[in-house]
Write a new protein. Structure first.
Length: 195
C-alpha cells in the first residue's frame, strides 16, 4: 500500500502571518499555483482512495489534485490541524512570544495549546493514527491512498510513523510518498511544488 500525504497549499492567513489551526482561510493565489504544480507531479500515480481534513484549505487542495481523477475525497475530522484555541487568528509573532511550543518542537514535538482552550499535538497525532488504522483496514494492499492535511500535524504524524528517518518540515503543497507493508512505513520520496 502506498500513501501520498500532501500538505495543503499556502493559505491566505499564512500570507498575512496569522495563526491558523481550525480557523480557516482559502488558498492564496500562490497556494493555488503550488497545488496545481504538485497535482501535475502526482499525475503519474493512480489514486484509489482519498481522505482530507474537512477544513476548506485542505478540501480545496484535494479537489485540485483529484480534478483529473475519478475519486471523491472523504472528509475525515481526525485529519484536522491542531486547534490553537483562543490564539487562532492572532499574529504568529505574538504567539511565538508566548513560548508555548518548545524551541525544539520539530524534534521533541512539545506543542501544548490546552491552556489556551486548544489541543496538545500528541492527542491529535493519536487521532491521526486511529484514522489511518481504519483506512488500512478498509483498503487493499495495492491501493494508493491520498491524504491531505496540515503542516504541523502531517510533520508530527509522519515523524511518529517514521521515527528512524529524517526529513524536514513539509513545504506548502509538498507530497510525501510513503510505502506501507507488513506494518512498516518507509519514506519513498518527497515532492515539492515547482513554481
Amino acid at each position: 500500500m502506498r500513501f501520498i500525504f500532501v500538505r495543503h497549499g499556502k493559505a491566505h492567513f499564512n500570507e498575512i502571518n496569522l495563526t491558523q489551526g481550525w480557523c480557516d482561510s482559502p488558498l492564496s493565489k500562490v497556494g493555488i499555483r503550488q497545488v496545481e504544480s504538485i497535482s501535475k507531479q502526482l499525475e503519474q500515480y493512480q489514486i484509489d482512495k482519498a481522505y482530507t481534513s474537512p477544513l476548506g484549505r485542505a478540501v480545496q487542495t484535494s479537489n485540485i489534485i483529484l480534478s483529473k481523477k475519478e475519486v471523491e475525497p472523504i472528509y475525515e475530522e481526525r485529519f484536522k490541524e491542531v486547534n490553537f484555541g483562543i490564539l487562532e487568528g492572532i499574529s504568529t509573532e505574538l504567539v511565538r512570544k508566548l513560548n508555548i511550543e518548545s524551541p525544539n518542537w520539530l524534534e521533541d514535538l512539545d506543542m501544548d495549546y490546552r491552556p489556551y482552550e486548544g489541543e496538545d499535538i500528541h492527542d491529535v497525532i493519536s487521532k491521526h493514527h486511529d484514522a489511518l488504522q481504519e483506512i488500512i483496514e478498509d483498503c487493499n494492499e495495492k491501493d494508493t491512498v491520498l491524504i491531505v492535511g496540515h503542516g504541523c500535524l502531517l510533520y508530527g504524524f509522519i515523524k511518529s510513523l517514521l521515527p528512524q528517518q529524517s526529513f524536514k518540515f513539509p513545504n506548502n503543497a509538498s507530497a510525501m510518498i510513503v510505502d506501507y507493508s507488513n506494518g512498516n512505513f518507509k519514506l519513498e520520496q518527497i515532492l515539492d511544488p515547482i513554481i
